[in-house]
Write a protein that binds this ligand. Structure first.
Ligand SMILES: NC(=O)c1ccc[n+]([C@@H]2O[C@H](COP(=O)([O-])OP(=O)(O)OC[C@H]3O[C@@H](n4cnc5c(N)ncnc54)[C@H](OP(=O)(O)O)[C@@H]3O)[C@@H](O)[C@H]2O)c1
Length: 240
């Protein structure tokens, strides 16, 4: 039987992935902090086993992962959060909160899980298309996702000789509780159902880089090839 661990499975993209993989017949380890959501998930499908821990707490993460009921072959590191900076006024505690979950939390998760990694296993890391260009107000979030992107791409290089594939996932805007907080227009916003499908399809083909939605992420990647001053002129208008 196919087995997957998903962090951030109580909401948004991770929740949809957990439901969809369970329907596909996977045994799913659904991770998060929200006990009620995890209970609802495991009650909704007997293929879903909840794992509760806070990724910013290394001891809690390690304790939860050290006692897995089964060993996954697919590991999806998806948990994350987004907070924006206002008017270019850096708030170090905000930056720390965002990096603590998106970067250090990711490292805690991988550190705890890596003892189980074996040849043939597959890792998916959810980054963001925000890592490709400097977007307005994204000093903390974009910076954290640039770090995630670098970490995941480096892992691709280092784990390949061990027979372990790493896929880096670059979503554009997806409608979730995370983006429901946004007050600006989000071009080409897609549903979680579509995001889950794109991710599952990309992972099933073992794509090393999974970008979606195609048009929006292609435009941003194209902008990312321009001189920085042109990039800034375009992105400041794109997400005003
Ligand atoms: N939505 C988008 O447009 C978009 C675009 C690009 C990239 N992404 C990335 O996609 C991922 C999922 O985003 P989403 O939109 O689905 O967000 P979401 O609906 O807010 O879900 C975030 C998930 O992360 C978990 N999480 C947050 N902090 C945690 C912590 N300290 N410990 C353990 N789990 C924690 C949450 O679980 P608990 O609350 O139960 O802890 C929740 O399940 C994130 O990495 C995000 O950066 C999203």
């Amino acid at each position: 039987m196919k087995r997957v661990l998903i962090t951030g499975a109580t909401s948004g993209i991770g929740l949809q992935l957990a439901k969809d993989y369970a329907i596909q017949g996977y045994e799913v380890l659904a991770c998060g902090r929200n006990q009620q959501r995890l209970n609802e998930l495991s009650q909704a499908s007997r293929n879903i086993t909840p794992l509760i821990f806070d990724l910013t707490d290394p001891a809690e993460t390690s304790a939860a992962i050290s006692n897995l009921p089964f060993i996954p072959t697919l590991w999806i590191f998806n948990a994350g959060d987004c907070e924006y900076i206002d008017d270019g006024h850096i708030d170090a505690s905000l930056v720390k909160r965002v990096f603590d979950i998106n970067v250090i939390g990711l490292a805690h998760a991988i550190e705890a899980c890596q003892t189980y990694f074996e040849p043939g296993h597959h890792i998916g890391v959810v980054g963001s298309i925000a890592s490709e260009v400097a977007l307005p107000r994204a000093e903390a979030y974009g910076g954290s996702k640039a770090a995630v992107n670098y970490m995941a791409r480096t892992l691709q290089v280092d784990l390949k000789p061990k027979g372990i594939d790493v896929s880096v996932i670059y979503p554009g805007f997806v409608k979730t509780p995370l983006t429901d907080k946004n007050t600006f227009d989000m071009p080409m916003l897609i549903s979680v159902e579509r995001a889950s499908e794109e991710i599952r399809q990309g992972l099933s083909k073992r794509k090393s880089h999974i970008y979606f939605p195609r048009v929006f992420t292609s435009v941003l990647r194209l902008i990312g090839t321009l001189p920085y001053r042109w990039q800034n002129a375009i992105t400041s208008k794109l997400l005003a």
